[in-house]
Ligand binder design. Structure first.
Ligand code: M6R
Length: 616
């Protein structure tokens, strides 16, 4: 939530800041602003409510004097609505200091009353302006921006990334982070700070990850990182594995459309290098065999779509490892008293690697003695850095707020993990393991087939259903989390009521929602292998049809049993039951996107949301 960029170097900074903000806009898009120290050493600032385009137009019509030191911010509002005044940067020290912030300063009210008592006046309702005033007050005493930061951060509670610059110090941007993301981009004679590497990947792929509770000062010639007490710290260098073009729309109508089209690659790239002669061997888990052989419980924690991936993964983990698995929403997990032991493996799943609820749950699990493994899509992110082991998904940058290609990559990573742990524990028959690997390797081609054969028809269907006010989703077994995912996507993108149910639950209440014309998507299990479940789901279809539902079935090619009962049948290729979720979800992603587009909505930046939820 909120995107942050800082730049120091020889080049005019405004275009660099605006380009960086446009790559970070998925993190928050209710207002944006930049500040620049101009060539004469004066600080200029402009901020506007609305999307980045509003700020861009404003700057185009009334430009700021440009300079080579700057900071920029794109906001997802927490304290104070999305207005010009609440947008960042916030100024202090007679408007010579500019500050931007991501996170929440939980004790801001108390700090604000202290400052008000000293006669400070505020121009916004934000917690950020309080931090700015405090940094300004400290700076006025010492004239040293880094030591001003050090004095202030020790008084702030909550989660924050703060960046600041002062007109007395052109060529210097200072940042600090606690429980909120910040990475450094290393250029030639120029350096960058960003909420994530997207801020600067156009200019450099060399990056440094800043740890918790650290302060960084960048100048054109160097980077200095210290902890909150001022002691120098070593930082971890990494090379960004994708280039700027991977985060461009590249001719697609939306990032989401592009990312759905990349679902086959996301699966293929996540598998790559992890299968050797038909066996799954995840190199990142080398040296963990003894621990994995001894675990007695797996707990999966995540939020939103990532949690649904976890629910799918549970079936594979239990089947192939024979270890009991629980899946829990990260924000619920932390606030009870969960039973954890050194034999518990806690698997977190996060595309961004920055979701605050998940991060806090990981830290909590670790503090209670469990081992943590992060399934993550973003290099240098906080959750993998806070975990004992990492299995990266290789979906490439996901820009649209709705998670699509990351979802299929997360399921793939969980299946690989299940096959790896099952092998280490001797829990899976080697023949079954080889069959599973063969199935998994076939998934990218099968997803590509769904896209080729069904996309246009699903888009048409979505178009016809543009006025629909409510859609229900049913699934059973591995299809149940897919029903939940279909419903979440529709709420998130098309702003209509949507609910996912376990098909078996229907008669325990939800069937009362069925009235004539009610659209219901049903994820139908294959009649092969899971014949009994198939029959039960077909009966469910008959039951809702009898009450007037309009049934859209997602069923495998050749399944004729669904034809008499369903109004529409969307086809997926044949796959073993465990692998059907990776195919069945594709029509649902396309449908939600199509319906939102048919309603004229912004599918990449749905209202009230942000890609990376870095506040609790
Ligand atoms: O970055 P994460 O995977 O941790 O994000 C978790 C959820 O916030 C995310 O999946 C959210 O539910 C998506 N917007 C759904 O499309």
């Amino acid at each position: 939530m909120c995107g942050i960029i800082g730049y120091v170097g020889p080049r005019p900074s405004q275009d660099i800041l605006l380009a960086g903000l446009s790559r970070l806009e998925y993190r928050g898009y209710d207002s944006a602003g930049i500040a620049v120290i101009d060539g004469d050493g004066g600080l200029g600032m402009r901020k506007r409510a609305g999307k980045l385009a509003v700020l861009r137009d404003d700057l185009a019509s009334t430009p700021l004097a440009d300079g080579t030191t700057g900071i920029g911010h794109t906001r997802w509002a927490t304290h104070g609505g999305p207005t010009d005044a609440n947008a960042h940067p916030h100024l202090a020290d007679d408007d010579k200091l500019a500050v931007i912030h991501n996170g929440i300063i939980e004790n801001f009210a108390e700090l604000k009353s202290e400052l008000v008592g000293e006669g400070v006046t505020f121009r916004s309702e934000t917690d950020t302006e309080v931090a700015a005033a405090m940094i300004g007050r400290e700076y006025a005493r010492t004239g040293d921006l880094v030591s001003a930061f050090r004095a202030v951060v020790s008084r702030l509670e909550g989660a924050y990334t703060l960046l600041a610059m002062h007109e007395d110090h052109p060529g210097l941007v200072v940042g600090a982070r606690r429980n909120s993301p910040l990475v450094i981009g290393l250029g030639e004679g120029e350096n960058f700070l960003g909420s994530d590497v997207a801020a600067f990947v156009e200019h450099t792929r060399k990056a440094l990850a800043i740890g918790q509770d650290e302060i960084v000062a960048i100048t054109p010639g160097g980077v200095e990182v210290t902890d909150f007490s001022g002691a120098p710290v070593e930082v971890e260098a990494f090379e960004v594995t994708w280039d700027a073009s991977a985060a461009e729309k590249g001719g697609w109508s939306s990032f989401m459309a592009k990312e759905v089209s990349e679902e086959p690659e996301a699966v293929a790239n996540t598998i790559r290098g992890r299968i050797h002669e038909g066996r799954v061997e995840i190199p990142e888990l080398d040296g963990m065999d003894e621990f994995l052989a001894d675990i007695d419980r797996i707990l999966v924690i995540a939020c939103g779509t990532a949690a649904y991936a976890g629910m799918v993964g549970k079936y594979a983990l239990e089947t192939w490892t024979r270890v009991p698995v629980d899946v829990e929403l990260a924000h619920e997990f932390r606030y009870r008293d969960p039973v954890l032991s050194p034999r518990t493996l806690v698997v977190s799943i996060s595309q961004s690697g920055e979701t605050m609820d998940t991060l806090m749950a990981v830290k909590y699990a670790r503090s209670r003695g469990a081992k943590t493994l992060s399934i993550c899509n973003t290099q240098g992110a906080t959750i993998p850095r806070e975990s004992d082991a990492i299995v990266y998904t290789h979906a490439g940058p996901e820009v649209a707020v709705a998670s699509t290609k990351a979802f299929v990559a997360q399921i793939t990573a969980l299946y690989l993990l299940a096959l790896h742990v099952g092998r280490v524990r001797g829990a899976i028959d080697p023949v079954v393991a080889v069959e599973a690997v063969t199935e998994l390797e076939a998934v990218p081609g099968k997803i590509a087939r769904v896209l080729e054969t069904e996309q246009t028809r699903i888009e048409q269907l979505a178009h016809w259903m543009a006025d629909t006010r409510s859609v229900l989703f049913l699934g059973r077994n591995v299809g149940y989390p897919i029903a939940l995912e279909g419903a979440l996507k529709l709420k998130e993108l098309a702003y209509i009521h949507a609910e996912g149910f376990a098909a078996g639950e229907l008669k325990h209440g939800p069937i009362a929602l069925i009235e004539p014309g009610q659209p219901v998507f049903v994820v139908v299990p294959s009649p092969r292998g899971s014949g009994e479940m198939h029959k039960k789901v077909v009966s469910n279809i008959e039951e809702i049809r009898a009450r007037g539902a309009r049934v859209i079935a997602i069923a495998e090619e050749g399944d004729v049993a669904v034809l008499p009962a369903a109004d529409e049948v969307l086809r997926i290729p044949l796959a073993a039951p465990m692998f059907e979720p990776l195919l069945a979800v594709v029509p649902l992603h396309i449908f939600a996107m199509g319906l939102a587009e048919a309603k004229g909505l912004d599918v990449d930046q749905p209202r009230n949301l942000a890609k990376s939820v870095t506040v609790e």
